[in-house]
Structure formats: structure tokens, C-alpha cells
Design a binder for this molecule. Structure first.
Ligand code: ATP
Ligand code: MN
Length: 477
């Protein structure tokens, strides 16, 4: 007999009568009612046990965390809280669990506590909702690109170039840390390392994706990304997943239009494909907001906020316009910002981004045309001589969710920029060659997958939206 998942039963209860299901006990009360969950849905199946028919030894073993196989008849429930329930015929313990030791008790646990039990936290309703939505969002991303005739490319995870300039890197080496080879100047001889050179984990697949875009036209990557920056924030991970589309013949405006369409599609897709998970998280979010002081509360519910992003035209402003708004803003004048905005050219901090999105425009915002000094070497120089065709998309509660640009396709200007940035030109010989053979305008961006999941699920900390988070001082599990 094929195994039945609870989600199939709940979606079409009239198709099921006598069934056998497997799952884990969430709660067991009155020696009679088992709330069973198999992970396929946030909803539990209430299993009603007739204790006269059931072996006492089995009854004694039923507790939160136990794995069961239950056979019975699905009937309409007269009780509150569920439409259907299972009248248990036979019950079998598949995996025992000691209720005294099982950490996931049927009560509210803090996220901090659950992070220490990352191998079991997926058995909670909140974590399982997040991870089902994460999975559906990943599918939506592939689906969107397939519809748009993009090709999925896998760029290297081990990289030999330190030229990407996106952040600190993790070294990959097989040299003996106790006894590495030194040259006569006491520098480590990476020539003797595994790849014959210094290598690291990638911080971005963009440069390689550009090469593929200039042959396949439109491509995207979706893979793990590593940054050894010591930023212990609620929006940074040391290992995260990034989606990086790269499009030949797109200018900055095409890039912004496409990114906006993309974000709206995947959010809409996940809302319509995970209704129960979103309903659960929406209620949770509302309860959390209620606990906050009134001025800190979000004006919108979770689903409302997602729909707002889907239906809203993103506000677009240049970096210069953003600086003007910020300079004249109340928190700047009253010195409420930690980093005061003084002059044109300084980088925007997340407090500034959030002011623009949450207070000033009350809308997702795209900021474009940034000062060339604070952006990467590969971004296309504008004719004003001081800005580049960069764009960042800022979301409520998150700040930067997308960072992208039009790429510099003119060889002479790119070479100049590379030397200004002090990047080794020899390392980038192949990247420069792309500008010699059929160079075209092209553009792309990076979407942080966990920041997207964080937005969609309303989690305040990014550590809740990836199964086993890696952050400074933490690589357990
Ligand atoms: P931030 O300024 O927030 O640190 P960044 O400017 O370093 O981000 P980019 O290099 O533009 O980020 O990377 C593209 C996207 O990848 C970002 O918009 C963000 O969504 C995501 N991202 C970047 N760094 C991290 C990180 N450490 N953890 C999770 N996501 C990240
Ligand atoms: Mn960025």
C-alpha cells in the first residue's frame, strides 16, 4: 500500500476512509487524543484512541516525540479545532521517545533555545512552516526563470580569484597548518597548496555567470555563498544561498524592471502555494507584534505586508536623491541616526535604508546610481564621472534584499577601474577577454535567499530561516 501523507488527506478528505498514516506525536491528552504530524502540513491529525481496544503497554509509551503508525477510519469530527479525525483501530510504536528527555515540549520555546536543538527544531510548527515556505520559494525561483527562458548554471564554489571584492573570504587549503611551506621571505608558499595557488570559498558567482550570460544570453545561479565578515547581525550569515541572474543586452533600467517582476512573482507564488503555513505564521506574527510597544509595532500583518509588496510599484530614487532626503530628515537633524548623513559619497547604513522604506516612502525602494567609490570595480561608469549604474532593492524590516548593477562592458574603462581598485589584472585576464570578443551591455543582481525567506516568514533573525546556520563562533551540527 502506498504511504499516505497527511496533506493529501486534508486536501481531499472525502477520498479517504480506512487509512494508515505515520507521524510524530505532537501532544497526547486525556489518554485518548493524539495530535499526529508527519511534516507534510502544519495541521495535525487528531487520532482518537479507544483505550479498551489498545494494549496498555503501548498507551503508556505514547508521548510527545514518539513516532507512530496508526490505522483507522477517517470520520467527520464533532469536536472543535478539526473537521476530520481518525478513529484508531490499531496503533504501532515505530520509534520510542522519553518524554522526560525530549527537548521539544508541547509549549512555547524561545528561538534561542531551539537553535541549540537545531536537529529537532524542525518538529515545531513554526520551523516546519518556515522550511516548507523556503522549499516552495526555491521552486518558485526555478519556475520563474524557466518561464523567462533563463538557464540555470552552476558556478564554482572553490575560487582562485580574490578579485570579486564582495567581502572577506574563507581559505580552502590542504597545507599542514602546523607546518606550512615558507619561501625565503617567510611567506606561505601557496604554489605548494592543492590547486597550486591560494584558493577560497566563493563570495559570489557573478563573474563566472557573466561569461555564461555572454553565450547563453540569460542565466542564473542559485548556490551557496560564503562570507567571513564578522558581522554578527540578524541579517548576516557566514554561509548563505544567493540567486544571481545575469542578462545580456540588459541595461540598468531593464535590470530594475526585471528584479521587481521577479520578486513579485515568487512572493505571489509562495502565498498561493502555502496557504496554511502563511496563515499560521500570520497569526504568530500578529501575536508577536502585540507584545511590542505601540510605536514599534508593524502597521501591517504578515500576509498584508507581502501583498503590499506584490501590489506596490517599487519607489525608485537615485543615491543623490536618497542623500538629500536623509540629510533633511528628522532623525538626522535631531542626531538620532547612529551614523549621521553629512556629505554625498558616504555609504548608506541599514538605519538609513530602513528610514527610507519604513518611514519616508512606506514602500519597497530601489536606490540606483551610487558613487563609484563605494561600489565594486565591475559596475558600469555613468557619464557624470562619479557614479555607477548600481541598484539596491530595500524591503521593509529587512533593508537590502537585492544588490545589482549594469556591468562595465567597455574594455578601456574596465581596465582603468581595475587598477584604481588595486585588483590584480592578471587574475582577471579571462574576465577582460569577455570585453574583447563580442562585448555587449549586460546586467544582473544578487538576491540573498535567506533575506527573502526572512521577509516572507516574518522572522526577525536570519538564523531561523536556514536549517543549520553558520555564523561567527558557530558551526555546530
Ligand atoms: P549588506 O550590505 O547587507 O551586508 P552586501 O552589500 O554585502 O550586503 P551584496 O554583495 O550586494 O551584499 O550581495 C547581494 C545580496 O546577498 C544582498 O543584497 C543580500 O540579500 C545578500 N547577502 C549579502 N551578504 C549576506 C550575508 N552575510 N548573509 C545573508 N545574505 C547576504
Ligand atoms: Mn550590496
Amino acid at each position: 500500500m502506498p504511504l499516505i501523507r497527511l496533506v493529501e488527506v486534508f486536501n481531499n478528505p472525502s477520498n479517504f476512509k480506512n487509512i494508515t498514516v505515520n507521524g510524530w506525536v505532537r501532544t497526547f491528552r486525556a489518554n485518548k487524543f493524539v495530535a499526529l504530524n508527519d511534516g507534510s502540513t502544519v495541521n495535525n491529525l487528531q487520532c482518537v484512541i479507544d483505550f479498551e481496544k489498545t494494549d496498555e503497554k503501548i498507551l503508556k509509551k505514547i508521548a510527545s516525540g514518539v513516532a507512530l503508525k496508526v490505522k483507522g477510519e477517517l470520520v467527520k469530527s464533532l469536536g472543535k479545532g478539526q473537521d476530520y479525525e481518525l478513529l484508531v483501530d490499531t496503533i504501532k510504536i515505530i520509534g520510542e521517545s522519553d518524554p522526560e528527555l525530549y527537548p521539544i515540549q508541547p509549549k512555547k520555546h524561545s528561538f534561542e533555545f531551539l537553535r541549540e536543538k537545531a536537529h529537532l527544531r524542525i518538529r515545531t510548527s513554526t520551523m516546519s512552516c518556515i522550511m516548507r515556505i523556503r522549499s516552495v520559494l526555491a521552486f518558485a525561483i526555478h519556475e520563474f526563470f524557466r518561464k523567462e527562458s533563463f538557464f540555470y548554471v552552476n558556478t564554482p564554489i572553490i575560487t582562485g580569484s580574490d578579485a570579486e571584492g564582495a567581502g572577506e573570504m574563507f581559505r580552502v587549503t590542504t597545507l599542514d597548518p602546523k607546518n606550512p611551506p615558507f619561501d625565503k621571505y617567510k611567506n606561505i608558499e601557496f604554489k605548494k597548496d592543492f590547486f597550486g595557488k591560494e584558493t577560497s570559498l566563493t563570495v559570489s558567482g557573478q563573474l563566472e555567470a557573466e561569461a555564461y550570460a555572454l553565450g547563453l544570453g540569460n542565466v542564473y545561479t542559485f548556490g551557496p555563498t560564503f562570507r567571513a565578515e564578522n558581522s554578527n547581525t540578524s541579517r548576516h550569515l557566514s554561509e548563505f544561498w544567493m540567486i544571481e541572474p545575469e542578462m545580456a543586452f540588459y541595461d540598468l533600467n531593464d535590470n530594475m524592471n526585471f528584479a521587481e517582476k521577479f520578486l513579485k512573482y515568487i512572493l505571489k507564488y509562495s502565498l498561493s502555494n502555502c496557504p496554511d503555513d502563511f496563515t499560521f505564521l500570520n497569526d504568530r506574527y500578529a501575536k508577536e507584534e502585540d507584545k511590542k510597544p505601540k510605536i514599534e509595532r508593524s502597521e501591517m500583518g504578515l500576509i498584508e505586508k507581502i501583498n503590499f509588496v506584490i501590489n506596490q510599484k517599487f519607489k525608485r530614487i537615485t543615491y543623490s536623491e536618497a542623500i538629500d532626503i536623509l540629510r533633511n530628515s528628522k532623525p538626522n537633524k535631531k542626531k538620532k541616526f547612529e551614523y549621521l548623513i553629512q556629505e554625498w559619497g558616504s555609504d548608506l547604513q541599514s538605519e538609513h535604508e530602513r528610514f527610507l522604506v519604513e518611514k519616508y516612502f512606506k514602500s519597497p525602494v530601489i536606490i540606483y546610481d551610487y558613487p563609484s567609490k563605494i561600489k565594486a570595480f565591475y559596475m558600469r561608469a555613468n557619464s557624470d564621472g562619479k557614479t555607477v549604474g548600481a541598484m539596491d532593492i530595500l524591503f521593509p524590516g529587512i533593508g537590502e534584499i537585492v544588490g545589482g548593477s549594469q556591468r562595465e562592458e567597455r574594455l578601456d574603462i574596465l581596465e582603468k577601474r581595475i587598477s584604481e581598485f588595486g585588483v590584480d589584472k592578471k587574475e582577471l585576464w579571462w574576465y577582460l577577454e569577455l570585453r574583447k570578443f563580442g562585448s555587449t551591455p549586460h546586467s544582473g543582481f544578487g538576491l540573498g535567499f535567506e533575506r527573502l525567506v526572512q521577509f516572507a516568514t516574518g522572522m526577525s533573525n536570519i538564523r531561523e530561516v536556514i536549517p543549520f546556520p553558520r555564523t561567527p563562533n558557530n558551526a555546530s551540527f
